[in-house]
Design a protein around this ligand. Structure first.
Ligand SMILES: [Fe+2]
Length: 180
């Protein structure tokens, strides 16, 4: 189950509606799309063919089209991180450095799980996501990403342009808009 943990106080939000309400207040979109519709092999396989990747994206066509329409995204793809990923440790080292992007970071978790620590109101809030969760970390929000003990995650990512993914480590650079 998704949860939100406040690092300063240890307070935890686990109720789906409460998570949504809290994150929404700070511009972070959270939705539950579920993974019940996916056949098992599309969930468990981390070595997907192009057809299998397309099948996953097709299964969420309705939700993806709505999101793209509402937010102006234009494309989507599948991204995986697992023990089989070349240079996994190096990638994780990069992902766990605080940064922001000029575009939103959009992830729908197809399988596995992970943690998005996000700076909200000067405080670090850990957003735990798992299979079935959609999260949109807005452009300018300082955040990073960590795998949890499962050590794997498979996501659909949605974007405006690959340039928008670039991590900006210096918080004073360009589109920094700290969440209020
Ligand atoms: Fe990021």
């Amino acid at each position: 189950m998704a949860k939100v943990v406040f690092r300063s106080t240890g307070k935890v939000i686990e109720d789906e509606k409460e998570i949504k309400k809290f994150l929404d207040k700070y511009g972070v979109l959270y939705e539950k799309w579920g993974v019940e519709r996916l056949p098992e092999h599309l969930k468990t396989n981390y070595d997907l063919t192009e057809e299998e990747q397309k099948a996953i994206i097709d299964a969420y066509k309705e939700e993806l089209e709505r999101l793209k329409r509402e937010k102006g995204y234009v494309a989507e793809d599948i991204v995986v991180l697992s023990e089989k990923t070349p240079n996994l440790e190096k990638l994780l080292d990069m992902f766990k450095k605080e940064h922001h992007h000029i575009d939103d970071e959009v992830r729908f978790v197809v399988d596995g799980s992970g943690i998005f620590p996000i700076k909200i109101n000067g405080e670090i809030v850990d957003v735990y996501v798992e299979a079935g969760d959609l999260i949109v970390v807005p452009a300018g929000a300082r955040h990073w990403f960590e795998l949890d003990e499962n050590r794997k995650i498979k996501c659909i990512r949605v974007f405006k342009s690959p340039a928008g993914w670039e991590a900006i480590y210096d918080e004073n650079e360009t589109a920094s808009m700290p969440l209020k």
